[in-house]
Write a protein that binds this ligand. Structure first.
Ligand code: 3H9
Length: 697
């Protein structure tokens, strides 16, 4: 008998139970076990009906992603599911948790489906660069029709049990907390009603109704804008279309061909890397799993600006009360009204109810005094980037906050140790770097100071999860992981324009690579004054940062989207960057002033200089232990800066380009372009000489 799939019987119902933690993925042992258990059920003369259930937290959550890229071991999932569907005894699937990917496909291969009301179903393969490859693209549309199937398969979004019932994906929903119990009751009812085998492959009414409709073309057109650069969503549409144009078995063959194309696409590699990396980042090397975590029941935020307000919303969304402190009532009123507006706009879009708007607003209190931080468990300071002010604030917090309260700074560049030095409890001080807009962006870069305690580190990592963020623990240095690399790219992009490229040429190379926006469109969004004041501070402290045309923009008051003009110009109510000839003139003037003769710059040079400079910096970040693993850097960039997940993050991307190629180009730029940013990282050199990848570290 299989260790991960068992068979037993209650009355006339033969029960096939999958027990393969953590998520009952369909690895080889499960596939084999399912076939064995099915056989047992079929030969068990006392079993009139069979029931598939799962132990643990969820129904089968899909194929075993860890097996991808390795040689497939028989039996394949398609064989398993077809064998279930062919069974002469009716088979019922009882779903709890999530039935995803191959898991839902298995359920669709069963003859009846019931789910707990808390369950969700979905075909999220597209998020891994794939399409449902075990009949999902052929069976789902037979139950739902084209539109719903296309929506589910091209977005990968999960559907709640009630909605799945309405869409025809499942046959019944039951309340309770045990899928075996509801499954047994449902199967008993079906036996009493003498329900026969009912195979989805034979259901054709929805298929004939939707045949020849324009729904497929409309979907493709829609995807062109939505799934920019992605490969598999389009293949998903092709596969679903095959369900309408081909008989079932032919459709299955077409699905397989398209599935293999996706499996072999480099995007699958990038997206699967991103999937596992997102989970790995929560396991911080050197931080024991059982490190105690402090209970954070209330939070204080200093600053009611865009950042402070966004941060406060995260906690209110998670049901945690927040107190925002500002210097002036006016700032508090303004901040609070922005928060309300954001919530109301979410309610309008149907993301939350109007009652939830009020519930969340009620969790946000405002105050003009730090005294109101006396009892909070965590304070996050979100004022502008000025070390003296931050130290002053932390000195005050040290006096007011209770022992054991965590004192966090949302600084995006400044030294956490220096901030901590303003307190008598550096072990409680940590960086919590949110990304703008803080209520939307998924990254939380948690910065450990030299003295930050393990307990505080574990608490902020756990808190990230609680508020729906992906927390990455990083070390303390200028700009940490994300901004340190970004500033390198920004300086290089600016230099490329100094030398002859146009801002839009640079931006296009980056958007062609898959970034949602280029370097300069991003500067306009963040505000040109942000980088300008950072450069000013750094020049003041003696760093040699040459003048550039971005300084001129800031000095002329072109601060980006907020002034309707920056590197680009903007029209009222539209965030689309429009090229402004005045900026070309300004750049030309700057070059003249500096005695620069502009040259033609190729897109390849832009790509290499913008991307390799980041990879070289990333390698230095690893060398210095600022990031523990290359996957931490990848996740910072995917969730903080919109790095295309299908490239797997900058370090994974570098591995695909080839570390050696990058190292040699970095060396060449060091000799030709010059500057510290092109000094090859020792780690990069070492990996190149050993023919290794960042992923091998
Ligand atoms: C597919 O099915 C292809 C077929 O159509 C065709 C085949 C021919 N495999 O996320 P969590 C691990 S493609 C292996 O932290 P949660 C995960 O790495 C698949 N491992 O928990 C983690 O491991 P660790 C389509 C998997 O409660 C642990 O389980 N299915 C898989 O927040 C817990 O995961 C999907 O894409 C897997 N399929 O969320 C579903 N799934 O503890 C992907 C998870 O060592 N999975 N693990 O770090 C999910 O969306 C979430 O994991 C789930 C649970 C919602 C299930």
């Amino acid at each position: 008998m299989s260790e991960v799939v068992s068979y037993d019987r209650e009355g006339a119902i033969g029960i096939i139970t999958v027990n393969y933690p953590p998520v009952n993925a369909l690895g080889h042992a499960v596939r084999t076990g399912l076939l064995e258990a099915l056989k047992q059920g079929q030969t068990d003369n006392d079993a009139k009906m069979l029931l598939v259930v799962c132990e643990g937290r969820t129904f089968v959550a899909g194929a075993d992603i860890r097996e991808f890229g390795k040689p497939m071991q028989e039996p394949g999932l398609v064989t398993v599911i077809n064998t279930f569907e062919s069974s002469d005894k009716p088979v019922v699937a009882a779903i709890h948790g999530t039935a995803l990917g191959g898991g839902l496909e298995l359920a669709l291969g069963c003859h009846y489906r019931i789910a707990l009301d808390s369950a969700r179903v979905g075909l999220p393969e597209v998020k891994l660069g794939l399409l449902p490859g075990a009949g999902g693209t052929q069976r789902l549309p037979r139950l739902t029709g084209a539109k719903k199937a296309l929506e589910m398969i091209t977005t990968g979004e999960f559907v709640k049990a009630d909605d799945a019932l309405e869409a025809g994906i499942i046959d019944a929903v039951a309340q309770g907390d045990n899928s075996r119990t509801i499954g047994l009751e449902y199967a008993a009812k079906l036996i009493a009603e003498d329900k026969p085998v009912r195979r989805v492959r034979d259901i054709t009414d929805k298929i004939s109704a939707d045949q020849g409709t324009e729904v497929f073309e409309a979907f493709r057109n829609n995807l062109t804008a939505k799934a920019r650069g992605l490969f598999s969503p389009f293949k998903c549409v092709d596969a679903v279309e095959a369900a309408f144009s081909l008989p079932f078995d032919e459709g299955m063959k077409r699905e397989r061909e398209l599935f293999i194309e996706c499996m072999e696409s480099p995007q699958r590699g990038g997206l699967v890397h991103a999937f596992f990396a997102e989970r790995e980042v929560s396991k911080v090397p050197g931080l024991p799993k059982d490190t105690p975590v402090r209970d954070v029941k209330s939070v204080g935020v200093i600053g009611a600006g865009t950042m402070g307000g966004g941060i406060a919303m995260n906690f209110a969304n998670a049901g945690i009360p927040v107190t925002i402190v500002e210097l002036k009532q006016e700032a508090l009123d303004k901040g609070l009204s922005v928060i309300r507006k954001n919530y109301e706009s979410s309610a309008k879009k149907g993301r939350i109810t109007t009652a939830q708007v009020e519930e969340r607003m009620a969790l946000i209190k405002t105050s003009l005094s730090y005294d109101d931080f006396k009892s909070v468990d965590l304070v996050i300071e979100a004022v502008f980037e000025n070390m003296d002010i931050k130290k002053q604030i932390f000195g005050q917090l040290d006096k007011v906050c209770k022992p054991g309260a965590i004192l966090a700074s949302n600084t995006s560049t400044l030294d956490i140790d220096e901030i901590a030095s303003a307190t008598s409890r550096p072990e409680d001080v940590v960086g919590m770097h949110f990304f703008s807009p803080a209520n939307v962006m998924k990254l939380l870069e948690n910065v450990r100071g030299t003295k930050t305690s393990d307990e505080v580190k574990a608490t902020v990592m756990a808190l990230a999860k609680k508020i729906g963020k992906v927390g990455v623990m990083v070390g303390n240095c200028y700009g940490f992981v994300g901004n340190r690399m970004l500033h390198r790219r920004g300086a290089e992009a600016t230099a490329l324009v100094n030398e002859g490229a146009s801002p839009q040429q640079v931006d296009k190379v980056l958007t062609d690579l898959g970034f949602p926006m280029g370097q300069f469109a991003m500067s306009d969004l963040a505000g040109i004054d942000v980088g300008y004041s950072i450069r000013k501070e750094r020049r003041k402290s003696g760093e040699d940062i040459p003048a550039n045309w971005m300084d001129t923009l800031a000095e002329e008051g072109r601060l980006g989207q907020k002034t309707m003009a920056g590197v680009y110009q903007y029209e009222e109510g539209n965030r689309k960057p429009v090229v402004d000839p005045k900026v070309d003139e300004l750049i030309a003037g700057f070059r003249k002033e500096q005695g620069i003769e502009p040259r033609a710059i190729t897109d390849q040079e832009i790509l290499e200089r913008c991307m390799y400079v980041m990879v070289n910096e990333g390698a230095k970040i690893l060398e210095e232990g600022i990031a523990d693993r290359s996957l931490d850097i990848d996740i910072v960039w995917i969730y903080g800066y919109g790095f295309p997940a299908y490239h797997g993050g900058p370090m994974f991307w570098a591995d695909q380009v080839g570390v050696k190629t990058i190292y040699e180009t970095v060396k060449r730029f060091h000799d030709t372009v010059g500057g510290d940013q092109w000094k090859p990282s020792e780690l990069l050199a070492k990996l190149a000489s050993e023919n290794k990848k960042f992923g091998d570290l």
